[in-house]
Design a protein around this ligand. Structure first.
Ligand SMILES: [Zn+2]
Length: 365
């Protein structure tokens, strides 16, 4: 076999793929939300499978403790503090140069999701917080775009493929010969996100690399089924695994839609997408960091001139991508990471009021 699809030969042998499936993959756009462990693995698998366009969205830069499980990054990325989305774009260019990769260094929120997700054929979850997941779910249901939810922490992981119900019932997965294959959405299954700080994080309980790999594999498989039009093969159960306790469960969630009154996919209220739910601050991993997005959307910040001012207060490192300042306030050390769009992460506190105050003090509003 020769030609542009030669490298995909072993994949094209699979049932339901062949050359037509490969062409569909080539014409597809996948949006990978978050490029931590899950996002790295999903991006790697989808790029190797020949998905034509990948958008990789992530707000963070690479740290040494990421390398245990975030397979697209290496020690040089840590030394250079490269944003994850950008490092992933570079690495994927070496893996499959035919894939068009867009790196989006941004935090997902209700103001920017329409822009970042427009035209995507599938959303794949590599997120680290539930507010963003409910936002992705709202977007997916509103626009009738498949969303693959996934999460892993400690030794456990969960995943669910969502083919949204649409008002007219005319999505491709709703008009199959055997009947509709639409599934419950995330809010059908878990109506409310857990309160901030109530769930374990990778920073508090750790994370087993293979647990993430398992969930990422499921997510990538479901995305490939969606993108090749194999909707009848999409999983209809919530997957739960614990690789340390050797348990795998597949929970039937169909009743969550048929017997429920989901605010999102039945009542079609998109509270996370319209901004009535969620805040401009998010408490991050381990409760010792707060992200501020409240001033996002304005003009770009001049990080160099801000760095010059902040040098009076502590140690400052600035690049075109971000500024990092170590500041001592009332005898307590804080680290402030500032991005050109005005988004900031304050390390050293779990209190949004303290974070906002430091932001106001050192960056201004
Ligand atoms: Zn629903």
């Amino acid at each position: 076999m020769s030609g542009e699809f030669a490298r995909y030969h072993r994949q094209m042998l699979l049932p339901g793929i062949g050359e037509p499936g490969q062409q569909r993959l080539q014409g597809s756009t996948a949006l990978i939300l978050g490029c931590g462990a899950l996002g790295c693995l999903v991006a790697d698998l989808l790029a190797r499978a020949g998905v034509g366009r990948l958008r990789i969205l992530d707000r963070d830069t690479i740290e040494l403790t990421n390398l245990q499980r975030q397979v697209l990054f290496d020690e040089r990325d840590v030394a250079e503090s490269v944003p994850k989305a950008e490092a992933a774009r570079r690495r994927i260019g070496q893996i499959n140069s035919a894939v068009e990769v867009t790196a989006i260094v941004d935090d997902l929120n209700f103001r920017n999701i329409e822009r970042h997700a427009a035209g995507a054929d599938v959303l794949v979850d590599g997120l680290d917080n539930f507010e963003a997941r409910y936002l992705a779910n709202d977007f997916a249901v509103k626009h009738g775009i498949p969303y693959v939810y996934g999460g892993a922490v400690g030794t456990v992981g969960a995943a669910l493929a969502i083919l949204p119900h649409t008002p007219d019932g005319d999505a491709p997965w709703e008009s199959l010969a055997g009947g509709s294959r639409a599934t419950p959405c995330l809010r059908c299954v878990f109506e409310e996100p857990p309160p901030p700080g109530s769930t374990p994080t990778c920073d508090t309980v750790g994370v087993l690399g293979p647990a993430v790999t398992t969930i990422a594999s499921f997510e990538a498989s479901e995305a490939l089924k969606v993108l090749t039009g194999n909707f009848d093969r999409v999983s209809r159960t919530l997957l739960n695994v614990d690789l340390w306790d050797n348990t795998i469960a597949q929970l039937d969630v169909d009743a969550a839609w048929s017997g429920g009154d989901c605010p999102c996919c039945r009542q079609r209220r998109f509270e996370f997408l319209d901004g009535t739910r969620g805040s401009g601050t998010t408490t991050l991993c381990g409760r010792e960091a707060v992200q501020l997005t409240h001033r996002q959307g304005g003009s770009k910040l001049d990080l160099e001139s801000i760095a010059a001012q902040l040098r009076h207060h502590g140690e400052v490192k600035a690049s075109p991508f971000m500024l990092r300042a170590d500041i001592v306030e009332n005898g307590r050390p804080y680290r402030l990471s500032l991005f050109p769009d005005g988004r900031a992460i304050v390390h050293g506190t779990g209190e949004s009021s303290v974070a906002r105050s430091l932001y106001a003090k050192y960056i201004g509003n």
